[in-house]
Design a protein. Structure first.
Length: 197
């Protein structure tokens, strides 16, 4: 919860900056490449952790990871999990401990971010109306039920994927994901410089 608060307050204050960056393909492209390089370096360099279990981590480590999670909000393409896992490894956590903490940190982060967006959609402010959003939306009972079904199915699928992902990364590390990010970023640079997107 401390790491979440460290993320949530600055992210809320930077809402307009975050909104502008979400529309910038160059920001996303650079974040993909830089994030891939950082992920590769961290996975290769930080191989002697001081903390092997999440329960042993300290308050400064939690604050540091929460602060690094802000990067994923401000710079789309950074990846929330990548920024928190890499931050954990830099702070001395083992890869499994950093993975586990990142997973638990995602829960309040995603829930609050989703509820905040839903609130803005259902109860617009002058800012959201001026930005051209589709709010306010009138949602009937059937649509709430459909939304709830979608949420439950997504949650179950996400749990399965996360369990697989955590086991896979424990054994193989992040290098394949780093390569994927760098290659995708280079492809986007080529497409952007040639005006194809």
């Amino acid at each position: 919860m401390i790491a979440f608060v460290v993320t949530a307050v600055p992210a809320w204050a930077l809402t307009k900056v975050i909104g502008k960056n979400l529309e910038s393909l160059w920001v996303i492209t650079i974040s993909l490449i830089v994030g891939g390089i950082v992920m590769w370096i961290v996975d290769a360099a930080f191989t002697r952790p001081r903390v092997t279990h999440m329960e042993e981590m300290s308050l400064p480590q939690a604050i540091w990871i929460g602060a690094c999670q802000i990067l994923s909000a401000v710079f789309p393409g950074t990846s929330r999990s990548m920024s928190t896992i890499a931050a954990g490894q830099i702070a001395g956590l083992s890869r499994p401990a950093a993975l586990e903490f990142s997973f638990f940190l995602s829960m309040p982060t995603m829930v609050v971010a989703t509820l905040y967006d839903l609130y803005k959609t259902l109860k617009p402010t002058r800012d959201t109306i001026d930005e051209g959003n589709i709010a306010p939306l009138a949602v009937n009972t059937h649509e709430w039920i459909v939304l709830a079904i979608g949420f439950v199915v997504s949650f179950i699928v996400a749990l399965g994927v996360v369990a697989w992902f955590m086991n896979w990364v424990r054994q193989r590390g992040f290098v394949p994901f780093a390569i994927y990010r760098i290659v995708l970023g280079i492809v986007l640079v080529i497409l952007l410089t040639r005006g194809l997107i």
